[in-house]
Design a protein around this ligand. Structure first.
Ligand code: COA
Length: 383
């Protein structure tokens, strides 16, 4: 490209179609989203998280036999790893939980002699292992900060119930003991599982495109997801709601924040401009959780903030806006909301890593240089 050609620069890759994918389709014109051709709302209503995980990897929903085999295999990876336990306990108790997740993935990579094997079987093995080990890592991290012992994984439970049980225990007042809580939590995992070429998935694909290993791709993706413009927003939503505290103050808070030209987390989206396809399903679960857990205040806060934002800017909530208070009502510590997103998104990331490996082209865009013209180095004693 010559210097004078005045190329079009798409900052933030805004609107750029970087590759083909058959994993999911985001349709902003109809506010809809499909995973392998199935509407996400249908999957939320009719499927388990494991069925959706299977679908994202294999392209089809499983029959009972396939599901049983998948679950048997996945649950066989739920073994406490003494090395991971001591690693987690060695990390600062005040570090960000996303750093623990990223470190856990790196650690798992060091223990896998086959880590450079770029084929679907190996990536599937890693995916099962991540889906077994990351909930354990997260639960251990929560409980060590609370001075509590580990709750062992249970191979008779599904992913959602097992995670809730490892975090909150199995007493009657634990969400793990309430099938409705388990189901609403599971729905959030399905909604968080996949979303085409978002920043973390694209990061995983960039790393994969260099023929690096799957653990490097996932730990890079976790780094991208941590940011508040991406997955970190679900934590910031709840920090905001706790800061505002009283729903009667929500409108003033929104207006003042917008007057100061600050962002309000949980609103807006790079692709959807008229509403996020996943919000209605997540909002339904949030309202159901609020009914069961005395959360009317957070529903009022949600409604006030959304109405104020809509009136002033027309910008709609994204998935993180109802997911944040939903996780709060389940009892998760706020800075563990994004690690929950990681566990769900392992499904989408690994499906994209397979797709990238199978039809790879190194991802390496160009840039338009805007620095000084070429010049000569003046030696130090003449500057
Ligand atoms: N709060 C306040 N203003 C916002 C906003 C928000 N959450 N989201 C977008 N805007 C504003 C932008 O600042 C911009 O204003 P300007 O035209 O005066 O510069 C305008 O709306 C258009 O922004 P847009 O081009 O649609 O945003 P984007 O595609 O570059 O960014 C996000 C998309 C997600 C990064 C952005 O909406 C955001 O930062 N949201 C908050 C973080 C969040 O919830 N992330 C999770 C996403 S799922």
């Amino acid at each position: 490209m010559s210097e004078n050609s005045n190329p079009e620069v798409r900052k933030g890759l805004y609107g750029v179609i970087a590759d083909y994918t058959s994993v999911s389709k985001v349709m902003p014109e109809t506010n809809s989203l499909t995973y392998r051709g199935y509407a996400v709302q249908d999957l939320v209503e009719h499927c388990s998280f494991e069925e959706v995980f299977y679908l994202l990897w294999n392209g089809e929903l499983p029959n009972q036999e396939q599901m049983d085999e998948f679950n048997k295999k996945g649950r066989s990876y739920r073994k406490l790893d003494p090395g991971l336990i001591s690693l987690i306990h060695s990390l600062p108790a005040d570090c960000h939980p996303m750093d623990v997740m990223r470190t856990a993935v790196s650690y798992m990579g060091t223990k896998d002699p086959e880590h450079f094997t770029p084929d679907k079987d190996h990536i599937t093995h890693v995916g099962h292992n991540l889906l077994a080990q990351l909930p354990m890592a997260m639960a251990m991290d929560i409980r060590r900060r609370q001075g509590k012992d580990i709750v062992a994984p249970d191979s008779n439970k599904g992913v959602a119930e097992n995670l809730l049980s490892m975090v909150f225990g199995n007493d009657p007042d634990s969400p793990a003991s309430n099938p409705e809580d388990v189901r609403d939590f599971e729905k959030s995992l399905i909604l968080y599982a996949e979303h085409s070429f978002n920043a973390s998935t694209f990061t995983a694909r960039v790393i994969t495109s260099t023929r690096s290993d799957v653990y490097s791709a996932i730990s890079g993706a976790i780094g991208a997801l941590k940011g508040p413009l991406h997955g970190g927003a679900n934590e910031f939503v709840m920090h905001t709601m706790l800061e505002v505290d009283d729903p009667a103050r929500a409108r003033d808070w929104v207006n003042t924040t917008l007057d100061n030209k600050d962002l309000i987390m949980g609103f807006g989206h790079r692709v959807y401009k008229n509403g996020d396809s996943r919000v209605p399903s997540m909002e339904k679960s949030f309202r159901a959780l609020a009914e069961r857990h005395d959360g009317a205040r957070w529903v009022a806060m949600y409604e006030e903030m959304a109405a104020a934002m809509d009136e002033r800017t027309g910008i709609k909530p994204n998935l993180d806006f109802p997911a944040g208070p939903a996780y709060y009502l389940l009892g998760f510590p706020v800075d563990f909301f994004t690690p929950l997103f990681v566990i769900a998104r392992v499904a989408g990331w690994t499906a994209h890593i397979v797709e990238q490996y199978e039809n790879n082209s190194l991802i390496r865009p160009l840039s338009e240089y805007s620095g000084p013209q070429q010049r000569e180095v003046v030696p130090m004693d003449q500057r």
